[in-house]
Write a new protein. Structure first.
Length: 584
């Protein structure tokens, strides 16, 4: 993952700024950029214009030698800084043969000719829709003195925006770059773009499946008694995910897979192994540069995830690496973790800490990119609380809500925990085309319905059926474990006990005075909030963190499904008594 900082409207609408002020602003942007150099330790670049400055920290994954940024157009008038990957860049390049002279082999450069194609019409929604990938970018058109900023549909890649006290506009890959420099900071919304003449952020990502009416009549894969009646639906899930994984193997550096031993990461690892022997950039015609696939798992000694991951790796045939951490090591890392993930959300802190420790080991082995299983539970209703969904409409609408919040939780955790050590994370389940495939399925096929023989169908049944031949039975049909649970239950138990001791009753009683914005609901959250506030003291930073009631990773709306949940506020999957221990 790369990182960038952009500063625009340097003159604040007045006459061009003088050279001294511009140099001062440039130094400030470079200092902001240094704060996120962990995201891109391979190269630093900067563009300085009369009314814009772009600084980029590069993690070289594709076109290692010539793809340094900011990128400049063939005519020298357009400057571009990107964090992310454009998986369909080869197809886009073909469309511009003879129309644009590419200066690099970088996948990100295709954004420049696309901008040229659409800039007169102003149809930037259509422009960005042509991109298949994970990205945040800032483009400056020096001839027109305008800029275009955008973020991918789900928000896999982080992006923040803010204004300084003079009214200059900034964007940055992480909040820490803007903290102390901007008087207001907020997250740049996923699936949106900002074109400076329009002076407002606009949505580019829109889908029919956001409405239940668009999917309620979709073809069923199985009847209510469990009989397969439309195998093509299941085949489409398999084929679509395979294609998503295949195109995301685009890399000029060694890569690996995260393998927790759960269903999602195991599927991604198995499909990656299927395509890892050939270089996808050549259409599978040439042998891969690194044909041996390495997998990585993290946990406390004897944790459920480590045992399951070992079984999956042996079956798939990866070179497997187990990373054991101690509770003390994890506790010692908490402050660094919160600094990098920029949140005090309980679930995210719990799960990010083992991932942060794992990322350091991955980087030490020369791996710069890993594929992960994020997004599956949101797409297929895989969290255990979905068992209580009252009907197909509620089930589907909750998946839509969960998809809309991924950028606040799982995507943030995966991206920033890995980027802390200069490792890029890719998420095939959140490929744009696969999202459309999964979200247009009939919700009944995803539900944990009671079958005619009295049994209850397991969560993510349709995904399990699609890949049941890829993995051992005990992995395919393993019950859902949230990552922070699966790495070892004593990790969460220790955090609860520690924070109960560290935060006094008197401190907690005054929490609304101490933290008027999003007052902590538990002592554990209070403890994380204290660390966060010491690192990010502004009110704007505090407001960037989500603060929503829920149980076992649910949204607040889903609390209506069970009266007992309304008095609970515990993100662990074990919070749902009777569901975790005896789900079926």
């Amino acid at each position: 993952m790369c990182g960038f900082v952009g500063a625009f409207d340097l003159s604040c609408g007045a006459k061009p700024i003088d050279e001294g002020l511009r140099d001062s602003l440039r130094e400030n942007v470079l200092e902001m950029s240094r704060k996120i150099r962990h995201r891109g330790p391979d190269w630093s670049g900067v563009y300085t214009g009369n009314n814009a400055i772009l600084s980029h920290e590069r993690l070289a994954i594709v076109d290692v030698l010539s793809g340094k940024q900011p990128l400049v157009s063939d005519d020298g008038k357009i400057i571009l800084a990107v964090n992310g990957e454009i998986y369909n860049h080869q197809e886009i390049r073909e469309n511009f043969k003879g129309k644009y002279e590419f200066k690099t082999k970088s996948d990100c450069e295709v954004i420049i000719p696309l901008y040229k194609k659409y800039k007169e019409s102003g149809d930037f929604a259509s422009m960005i829709e042509e991109l298949s990938g994970i990205f945040a970018f800032a483009l400056y058109d020096s001839e027109k003195d305008v800029y275009l900023v955008s973020r991918d549909e789900i928000g896999v890649i982080p992006l923040y925006q803010g204004f300084d006290k003079a009214g200059r506009y900034y964007v940055a890959s992480e909040l820490k770059a803007l903290e102390g420099n901007c008087v207001t900071i907020e997250e740049f919304p996923n699936g949106h773009y900002l074109y400076s003449p329009d002076k407002k952020v606009q949505k580019w990502y829109k889908r029919d499946w956001e409405s239940f009416d668009a999917v309620k009549e979709s073809a069923r894969a199985a009847s209510d008694n469990g009989e397969i009646i439309n195998p093509s639906v299941i085949e489409n899930v398999r084929n679509s995910l395979e294609e998503a994984v295949k195109k995301q193997l685009m890399s000029d550096v060694p890569y690996g897979v995260l393998l927790s031993g759960g269903l999602d990461s195991s599927i991604i690892a198995a499909v990656t192994q299927k395509f890892s022997k050939k270089r996808v950039e050549t259409g599978g015609k040439q042998s891969a540069w690194w044909p041996t696939l390495h997998s990585f798992a993290v946990g406390l000694e004897g944790s459920p995830d480590l045992v399951a991951a070992r079984k999956a790796a042996e079956y798939i045939g990866t070179v497997h690496h187990e990373v054991h951490f101690t509770i003390q090591e994890a506790l010692d890392a908490l402050r660094d973790v919160i600094y990098h993930i920029e949140t005090y959300d309980i679930t995210t802190v719990r799960a990010s800490t083992p991932m942060y420790l794992l990322a350091r080991v991955i980087k030490s082995m020369g791996i710069k990119m890993v594929l992960s299983g994020e997004g599956s539970d949101e797409l297929f209703g895989g969290y255990l609380y979905f068992h209580k969904a009252p009907d197909a409409k509620e089930f589907h609408e909750e998946t839509v809500r969960k998809m809309s919040k991924l950028h606040l939780y799982d995507c943030l955790r995966a991206n920033k925990s890995l980027s802390a050590w200069g490792v890029e994370g890719r998420v095939p389940f959140l490929d744009k085309d696969f999202i459309d495939c999964a979200m247009t399925l009939n919700p009944v096929d995803k539900m944990n319905i009671r079958l005619s023989d009295g049994s209850q169908r397991m969560e993510k049944w349709i995904l399990r059926k699609a890949f049941e031949d890829y993995l051992p039975k005990e992995i395919v049909w393993r019950q859902k474990e949230q990552f922070s649970d699966g790495v070892g239950y004593s990790w969460i138990d220790t955090l609860k006990k520690l924070t109960e001791e560290k935060v006094s009753d008197a401190e907690f009683a005054r929490r609304e005075n101490r933290f008027p914005i999003n007052p902590p609901k538990t002592k554990e959250e209070y403890f994380y909030r204290e660390i966060f506030s010491s690192l990010f003291p502004s009110d704007s930073a505090a407001k960037c963190v989500p603060h929503e009631a829920g149980v076992a990773c649910s949204t607040a709306k889903a609390l209506e499904w069970d009266e007992a949940w309304k008095s609970m506020d515990e993100p662990s999957g074990r919070a749902i008594s009777g569901v975790h221990e005896k789900a079926y």
